[in-house]
Design a protein around this ligand. Structure first.
Ligand SMILES: *Cc1c(COP(=O)(O)O)cnc(C)c1O
Length: 466
């Protein structure tokens, strides 16, 4: 068993090693729980080294595991007057579950206390629109998972996208994005940013990175390259290392919407991106019951984005933040199940006589397989495929399915299915659909965590109906 998981499973340890598993109020446990997001490896590594040393064998150098970080990072369990980097948060509890701090404002003991806060000698959350103890736990947990210095949690994924773009790109600046980034982000860039004097260029990922290279060579005003990877619904992948190199050479920043991957499958900051953002509504919250977003990066960039967020708003409620914290605890387990089911199903669908084409970066046949494999540890739960059927035949397939709900969104426990030609492009022209690569016979399946065999039987019976 891996050394780090021994730390949290005392019953599986020999008696002489059980003392290594510390109770929740012990200094050792508190150090894992309050794990500093900027250096998650070093603290956990110290614990692993201590454990292995006690057991009289050499520790193996290994990074902090996402499974443990997802459960413990950012939490201030059992700490009286818990602290954030030595500065008290004022939250006192020995509850294992993170408290939902619902107060909108935080009081000061005296004018002297207030002055200490103003002069930066004392930490306070001050006012709910700026920050909140529950939200701070979520931000630190995400920072640990993304290997980021800092994270801003927002009321939705779109709020994270618009705030990031507004904070980073000044009037007269130039954003380069892709023709298949999230449709609402694309519309915001094209229609709203242009009204603020911000130029935009949309590149086609199918052209490789030649078009990005050309835009960067021909323009000196590119501030930001903004892209989803993988994309939705075509599951194309951006070579993050490569674009970071191209962009940084010209002084442009790279921001990746990593929603479709989740922090378990992909960590864009470790590949060279400057910012990573998510719709936390999807894999992070994971239960189709909370809307949230986040953006992570260096302390300097996140402070800049946070300053804009204070003004244009989009603070998440502490209740929604708690739902995401709860979701994150099981994210590693869920994503593993999503990955496994989607890959097996993509392989099965690829061989089925009624299927024309399957889009999934985990398939060897995918043009994005090599890039995906070089930067992802799993390929996610969404598979898109085209049936050997027309618009109505495809609708019959969707309607014959019994397990998934017909719904937009993805990344939750329940499987969801949708036909983009109906869900997003109904009554739109064939040209518009073609421009977005949407075919009438395309189905986007977000596999949930139901049993693989049940989902497979359901898909096979529905395919028999067409
Ligand atoms: C859902 C989604 C968003 C928008 O997030 P919301 O939480 O719905 O605001 C952005 N990007 C991607 C890739 C998404 O799937």
């Amino acid at each position: 068993m891996a050394p780090s998981s021994r730390l949290v499973k005392s019953s599986s340890l020999p008696r002489h090693q059980r003392s290594l598993v510390q109770p929740l109020h012990s200094p050792r446990h508190k150090r894992v729980a309050a794990l500093c997001p900027a250096a998650p490896e070093s603290l956990l590594q110290e614990l692993v080294t201590a454990a292995a040393g006690d057991a009289h064998h050499q520790p193996r150098a290994r990074p902090a595991s996402d499974e443990t970080l997802a459960v413990h990072a950012g939490e201030k369990l059992g700490k009286k007057g818990a602290d954030v980097g030595g500065r008290g948060t004022g939250t006192e509890t020995d509850s294992i579950a993170t408290p939902i701090v619902s107060g909108t404002t935080h009081w000061f003991k005296s004018s002297e206390d207030l002055i200490a806060f103003k002069e930066g000698r004392r930490h306070s959350f001050e006012y709910g629109r700026y920050s909140n103890p529950t939200v701070k736990v979520l931000e630190d947990k995400i920072s640990a998972l993304e290997r980021a210095e800092a994270t801003l949690v927002t009321s939705s994924g779109m709020n994270a996208i618009t705030t990031t773009l507004l904070a980073l790109v000044p009037p007269g600046g130039h954003v380069v994005t892709t023709t298949d980034c999230y449709s609402e982000a694309r519309a915001f860039i094209r229609e709203k940013l242009s009204r603020m004097g911000i130029r935009s260029t949309f590149i086609d990922l199918d052209d490789g990175m030649e078009s990005l290279r050309a835009v960067l060579d021909e323009n000196d005003d590119v501030i930001l390259f903004y892209a989803d990877s993988p994309t939705n619904p075509m599951l194309k992948c951006v070579d993050i290392r490569h674009v970071a190199e191209l962009c940084h050479r010209k002084g442009a920043l790279v921001c990746i919407d990593s929603t479709m991957a989740s922090p378990i499958n992909q960590k864009p900051l470790t590949l060279g991106a400057d910012h990573v953002l998510h719709s936390a509504t999807k894999y992070m919250a994971g239960h189709h019951d909370a809307i949230a977003g986040c953006v992570s990066g260096s302390e300097a960039f996140i402070s800049r984005i946070r300053a804009w967020h204070h003004d244009i708003e989009g603070a998440i409620s502490p209740n929604a933040a708690y739902m995401v914290i709860r979701g994150l605890k099981t994210m590693a387990l869920r994503v593993e199940a999503h990955n496994r089911t989607a890959l097996r199903m993509a392989r099965m669908l690829e061989r089925h006589p009624k299927i024309e084409r399957v889009h999934y970066p985990g398939l060897e046949s995918s043009p994005w397989h090599q890039v995906a494999t070089s930067q992802m540890s799993g390929y996610g739960g969404v598979v898109s495929f085209e049936l050997k059927a027309d618009l109505h035949g495809t609708m019959s397939f969707v309607d014959a399915l019994e397990i998934p709900f017909i719904a937009t969104s993805l990344g939750g426990c329940e499987s969801l299915v949708q036909q983009p030609a109906v869900m997003s492009f109904w009554a739109r022209s064939q040209e518009e659909k073609a421009k977005n690569g949407i075919k009438d016979n395309m189905v986007r399946f977000s596999f949930g965590i139901e049993k693989f065999e049940d989902l497979m039987d359901d898909i096979l019976q529905a395919l028999n109906r067409i």
